[in-house]
Design a protein around this ligand. Structure first.
Ligand SMILES: Cc1cc2nc3c(=O)[nH]c(=O)nc-3n(C[C@H](O)[C@H](O)[C@H](O)COP(=O)(O)OP(=O)(O)OC[C@H]3O[C@@H](n4cnc5c(N)ncnc54)[C@H](O)[C@@H]3O)c2cc1C
Length: 264
């Protein structure tokens, strides 16, 4: 790992880390990225793990999407379920958890869930390690808090979220989501204690919906109303995949679905 940091510092800010290559190579093919050098981290030891600790979960940066999909961890089932939305099987076998966060696509399942579950991203650079809360990590379209000479080494999820779900809509299976919605609830009896909703595909980075469902009944009506509130808070862009208005409607539907799934 230290070799990687040394090489990044030596090669300068135009060098890039190559992990699964599932985003970077495509960008290089389209000439959207022209790195001066690639530092291949795929064989760096000790970065491929999912580990429960006393309170939460730690995921090594080189853990493949497929590993997350096939490792069902109590309290974190939302991760294995959400992995199925990522691309196709070969992409999930190569793409990495850290690579997805570093790429910083606002529709990426791991970016959305990192914000939803209050994850902390551990970066290592020449000055050592530092931790950045996921809510502060994403700065905009493909822009994050990571410096060019830093590498994501680990992602920490502080506590289990048994009532959490992510759902999305895309035109074809395996495509990036047009809109994705995720929700996390704490429930007592049939009432909401706390809630958090995070959206993808409606802004430059994962968007937290400003809503507090505490004290509301855990019913379809509450979920539907929350969907409408979420839709009213977004002003998504239009593009070839759908208009902003269409994305707003998707937001309402998907938020209601995510909340119902999280509560179930
Ligand atoms: C057809 C297709 C469909 C896809 N669909 C989805 C989808 O639905 N959802 C989804 O989330 N993703 C999707 N992806 C992207 C996929 O999940 C990628 O695996 C992921 O975005 C990047 O991970 P990677 O390991 O391949 O990183 P790479 O492509 O190797 O790198 C991506 C970027 O992150 C940097 N980087 C990589 N690792 C680190 C690190 N540890 N520290 C710092 N910087 C790092 C690289 O320098 C580069 O800038 C799709 C890809 C394809 C080709």
């Amino acid at each position: 790992m230290n070799d990687t940091i040394e090489q990044l510092a030596e090669l300068g800010p135009d060098a890039k880390i190559l992990a699964g290559g599932q985003s970077l190579v495509a960008m290089m093919n389209f000439r959207l990225a022209r790195p001066s050098a690639l530092v291949d981290i795929t064989r760096v030891a000790g970065l491929d793990y999912l580990e429960r600790d006393v309170s939460g979960l730690r995921i090594g940066a080189l853990t493949r999407h497929r590993t997350v999909e096939t490792t069902k961890i109590d309290g974190f089932r939302v991760l294995s379920k959400a992995a199925r939305w990522i691309g196709h099987y070969p992409i999930r076998c190569r793409g990495t958890f850290g690579g997805s966060l570093a790429h910083g696509d606002s529709t990426a399942e791991w970016c959305i869930l990192a914000v939803l579950l209050d994850a902390v991203i551990v970066l290592q650079g020449p000055a050592g390690k530092r931790e950045v809360a996921a809510e502060q990590f994403f700065h905009g379209f493909f822009m994050t808090a990571a410096e060019p000479d830093e590498m994501i080494v680990e992602v920490r999820f502080p506590k289990p979220a048994p009532h959490a779900a992510l759902t999305e809509f895309s035109q074809r299976q395996g495509d990036f989501a047009i809109v994705a919605a995720s929700a996390r609830l704490d429930l007592a009896e049939n009432e909401v204690l706390t809630s958090k909703i995070v959206l993808g595909g409606v802004a430059e980075k994962p968007k937290i919906v400003e809503i507090d469902l505490a004290g509301r009944p855990a019913t379809e009506e509450t979920w539907r109303a929350a969907g409408e509130t979420a839709a009213a808070q977004v002003n998504p862009p239009s593009d070839g995949h759908g208009s902003g208005e269409y994305r707003k409607k998707l937001t309402a539907t998907l938020v209601a679905r995510a909340l119902a799934e999280a509560a179930a």
